[in-house]
Write a protein that binds this ligand. Sequence first.
Ligand SMILES: NC(=O)NCCC(=O)O
Ligand SMILES: [Zn+2]
Ligand SMILES: [Zn+2]
Length: 459
Amino acid sequence: MKQLLKHGTVVSGVGCCKKDILIEDGIIREVSPKISDGEAQVVDAKGKLIFPGFIDAHTHMDLPVAGTVTADDFYSGTRAAIAGGTTCIVDFATQYKGETLEEALENWNKKAEGRCSCDYGFHMAISDLEGAGETQVQAMLDAGVSTFKLYMTYPDMLLRDGELYRILKQLKKQGGIAGVHCENAEVIDALTAEAKAAGHLGPDTHPRVRPAGLEAEAVNRLLAIAKEADAPVIVVHLTCWEAFAKIQRARARGQIVFAETCPQYLLLDESCYKKNGFEAAKYVCSPPLRKKVDQECLWEALKTGDIQTVSTDHCSFTLAQKEMGKEDFTKIPNGMPGVETRGVLLYTYGVEEGRMTLEEMCRVLSENPAKLYGMYPRKGCLEPGSDADLVILDPHKPGVIEAKTQEYNMDYAPFEGWNLKGTIDKVYLRGNLVVDQGKVVSEKQGQYISRGKYQTDFN
Ligand SMILES: NC(=O)NCCC(=O)O
Ligand SMILES: [Zn+2]
Ligand SMILES: [Zn+2]
């Protein structure tokens, strides 16, 4: 069946133009100012913005954390994703100690297979170098897992500096790249012990034991290690100006460094931890929310292209799950939901508030993640030959964020009550209409996406 989207404003990383889009067999066939109807089913997109499907390269679905499992699995999490215009996620398959990477990938394939409503791929989180030798890494690359994740914190996952050096060097040699969670684990442990000894057990203590300076220290150390390994790296969920300055310094000395941030770091700040009682637990994530000055730095860096992508770090826990840490903040499972609201938040509080252009929004949500994560031009652009993954955003239909109307398996929304200037109208996944008038109308059509080597030719 042919479908023709007419009269919409087509957004790319370099411009916005009124164009028609012809789709056939799940692929974009033509994009031009006027396409005749022929036998196509016509959809009028007048007055609407058409983006390439958003890509969220940082989600955690069905992830065991702190004795529980994220509230969203691949079923609910990817329904939420498409409702928010995200047509592809890259989640984190996770290697536990004693496992090979192939075993870990098999586990995550089973969790996702047949359950996803958007397309999906995996990064591989490496925690045990024993099971991550060259043959194992090659098996990942052959399976389309071309990016990796390394942690400098979390006891079960963290790699020591020497291990970071070895794996970064190996990944560089084999053509992979790693995203790294940067926080100084040992000092965080020491601060945590001090806080607990002093009887500070509430959720408001969480940001105090994970200060910005310890994120910046870890970013700096990572970049020093990456320099010795001569390896490019991605700093994930960057939160603060101090860490950003370390990245800029490494770039100035010639290193290749990419950076990602998330809506919560752009729009929420540490005042959330001052909310009454246990409310603050909703915002317990690592790294924690920072200051307004950090938000300004992150917005500016998105504009200049020094931060390339905005992902969500969707890692959701219900209030009941958060209450596991009622008596002790270290037992609160870390993370927040976000996969459903990223696009409309960036549109409303980025574009409509003059902090970014539509083109920049397209770059950080679609084009750049497609390139950095090895999916471009199959995904990330609206060009003949690309997958027909499209988001139609209605800039004239306001909305409001409410947990009760969302697809998440969640009983709260970090942005509850926030007004939206535009909302998602329709979403197409490889030509299939999966969201209509903001409602999910078709599910479980997601496919695994085998990804190639990262590209760096960002606009
Ligand atoms: N961000 C967070 O608190 N949880 C998810 C895991 C991670 O990315 O660190
Ligand atoms: Zn992380
Ligand atoms: Zn994460």
